[in-house]
Design a protein around this ligand. Structure first.
Ligand code: PRX
Length: 631
């Protein structure tokens, strides 16, 4: 287990040591874990192929560091307080011993179904304990899990299952979200009509709704575990074997499968969890993210459990039965560490302070924010109303590709500045570069955020397409990992993330590529062409604004908009629905045919008088039309 840094002085020394001799620094951290065989070499890397390997030759199973370790040392300690969607339904407290047993039993089910080391298993489930168990059981037998957020459509699921060539899908009959009950298994059935590689589907019971079960493919979870022989022996894995694939959107093409490998990911998620949150014995940690996103992987499943923490896992939504739900959960479990997204803070702020005042929140010690820049208003509200000005807020900057938090205050150690992610963690070497790729030295500079040296949980590849990994992250600037974010370094050397500089939109902390949404819009039969941009949105951070050119049709605009939304819901899911759809007759293009998104962004922002130079456009008239019709 990782021992956290205790003071700012110690952080400064640790940071310096980690830069002077990274291998020694990470050797010492990695030595805190259970390995079946120690690594022979700490690091080999280049950012040109790219090829990064950590703890080379080391053999381990990550779940031994979670289950065997803590089930032996603290068997009766609660690992997960599971809180149901409905506050009147009893939750479940799962101890480390029980988690160990349940994972070993389910690992036995996976083995019995013929799933082997290296096979890909897709998981599409609500936030029920079986989801965490499923993830860990895959890791136990060496299968590569690919969790798909259970808000994606059947078509999006099929794309991901096919890309990963998954042999199995783990799912549930249905799910509860607020007052809604959602048919999860039916969606999987629809998705799997397009997938040939899946041989086994295991279905956990949650809603009890009737579902179709396909003979020879589909099995009930509870029946399968009843007849299973537990697998207590954890599969021996190589440090660089893949642990999981997680699909994420980029500025071009379909979502890509980010691959993380076992050794480095284990060391870095535990390390960053311990240091950023400063979790101590007896604390109760609550991360509101869904396991379908990277935050749920690194700071719900892996980081906290590696460190033997007690945490809350919540099935429901922040506004059910009312907008005080998070606060009631905090009081119920005496939560000390609360980690959420700015979009949730802004949304809950809008319900008024009375929703908060009913609760004491006195157990809280540390607050965390993740997923998007936190604006000052939300920061102050979080600080005053939730933290009662007594809890540091760790504004944690990172990405699916980074595996763990790279820039963040360490709670109660790093001096805070609202809306600043502050300083890099030990081992993290950020650089800012200008548009020409020149590294900006010194402080008080702003540029594109890159990393010049690998940390243990850096992305290794994009599944099945290494060239795409190289092009996306390692080609914009030679020998640097490019994050896609703009960033400022102030006079004190503190980092402030300014948002994406590419065609990625961050809606409520969820990433979408504009091209991905455009291609879903273009599937509607009347659409000729579309362009999507992000614009500032009070609650979601960014909203989605779509400009769409349609063929001549008898349909009115409302009908067209409805059909366009339907197409997006079908191909991606409701989370990618544009907030605004403007039907236009043309798009502002340069003579070479490139869409001038800058102009579209300005119109979407409502900044109609600052469109800049439009003289190079093929048809400047179109800008006037778009301005007139702006929503
Ligand atoms: O733009 C940054 C933003 O979210 C992007 C990464 O998205 P994703 O891979 O989905 O991971 C989200 C959870 C780690 C980044 O490129 N982002 C994330 N955290 C912050 C942030 N922007 C500003 N401040 C943050 N703390």
């Amino acid at each position: 287990m990782i021992k956290a840094i205790q003071s700012f002085d110690e952080y400064t020394r640790a940071y310096a040591a980690s830069i002077a001799d990274p291998e020694k620094y990470w050797d010492d951290q990695a030595a805190q874990f259970i390995w079946k065989k120690k690594w022979d070499k700490t690091l080999e890397w280049n950012f040109s192929d790219p090829d990064v390997k950590w703890f080379i030759g080391g053999k381990l199973n990550i779940t031994e560091n979670i289950l065997d370790r803590h089930a032996t040392k603290t068997p009766d300690k609660v690992a997960i307080h599971w809180e149901s969607n409905n506050p009147d339904e009893a939750g479940k407290d799962i101890t480390y011993k029980q988690l160990y047993e349940q994972v070993c039993v389910f690992a036995g089910v996976l083995k019995q179904k013929g799933i082997k080391k290296g096979d890909r298993v897709c998981i599409y489930m609500p936030m029920i304990p079986e989801l965490a168990i499923a993830v860990l059981a895959c890791a136990r037998i060496g299968a590569i899990h690919s969790v798909i957020f259970a808000g994606f459509s059947a078509s999006a699921v099929a794309d991901r299952v096919n890309d990963a060539k998954a042999v199995a899908v783990l799912t549930s009959d249905g799910s509860f979200r607020g007052t809604k009950s959602i048919a999860v298994k039916a969606l999987i059935d629809e998705a799997l009509q397009q997938c040939e590689t899946v041989k086994t589907v295991l279905v956990a019971k949650r809603t009890g709704d009737a579902v179709a079960m396909k003979d020879g493919r589909d099995y009930w979870w509870d029946e399968a575990i009843a007849g299973a022989t537990p697998v207590y022996e954890a599969e021996e894995m190589d440090s660089e074997d893949p642990l999981f694939i997680l699909y994420t959107s980029g500025s071009t093409g379909k979502p890509k499968g980010v691959v993380h490998t076992i050794g480095g990911y284990m060391v870095y998620t535990a390390f960053s969890f311990a240091n950023v949150f400063q979790y101590n014995e007896g604390d109760v940690y609550f991360c509101t993210a869904d396991i379908g996103w990277i935050t749920g992987h690194s700071y719900l499943v892996y980081g906290p459990l590696l460190q033997g923490a007690t945490q809350v896992m919540f099935e429901g939504i922040p506004t059910y039965p009312d907008a005080g739900r998070f606060w009631s959960i905090i009081d119920k479990y005496a939560v000390t560490h609360f980690y959420t997204a700015p979009t949730a803070i802004r949304s809950l702020m809008s319900f008024g302070d009375t929703m908060v005042e009913k609760y004491s929140l006195k157990s809280l010690k540390v607050l965390g924010s993740v997923g998007e820049p936190i604006n000052e208003e939300a920061w102050h509200w979080f600080n005053e109303h939730i933290g009662k000005k007594n809890c540091p807020i760790v504004d944690t900057w990172w990405q699916t590709e980074t595996g763990g938090i790279l820039i963040s205050p360490l709670a109660s150690i790093t001096p805070l500045v609202p809306s600043y992610a502050t300083l890099p963690l030990p081992g993290v070497q950020p650089v800012l570069v200008d548009a020409n790729g020149t590294v900006l030295e010194g402080n008080n500079v702003e540029g594109n955020l890159c990393m010049k040296f690998p940390w243990p949980s850096i992305i290794r590849t994009t599944y099945g397409d290494h060239e795409r990994c190289k092009q996306t992250y390692f080609s914009t600037y030679p020998n640097l990992y490019f994050t896609g974010d703009g960033c400022k370094r102030d006079e004190k050397g503190y980092y402030r993330i300014m948002g994406r500089v590419d065609d990625v939109i961050n809606v409520s902390g969820h990433r979408f590529g504009t091209a991905e949404i455009e291609s879903a819009i273009n599937e509607q039969a009347d659409v000729i062409e579309s362009a999507v941009v992000g614009y500032p949105h009070e609650v979601k951070g960014q909203g989605i604004y779509a400009y769409v050119i349609c063929d001549k049709t008898d349909k009115n605009e409302d009908q067209l908009r409805k059909e366009i939304l339907d197409s997006i819901v079908k191909l991606i899911g409701p989370i990618a629905k544009p907030d605004k759809i403007q039907i236009v007759t043309g798009l502002p293009k340069t003579r070479s045919g490139k869409i001038m998104r800058r102009i579209l962004r300005k119109v979407a922002e409502g900044d109609l008088n600052n469109l800049g130079d439009t003289s190079t456009l093929l048809d400047p008239e179109i800008v006037e039309e778009i301005k007139k019709g702006a929503l």
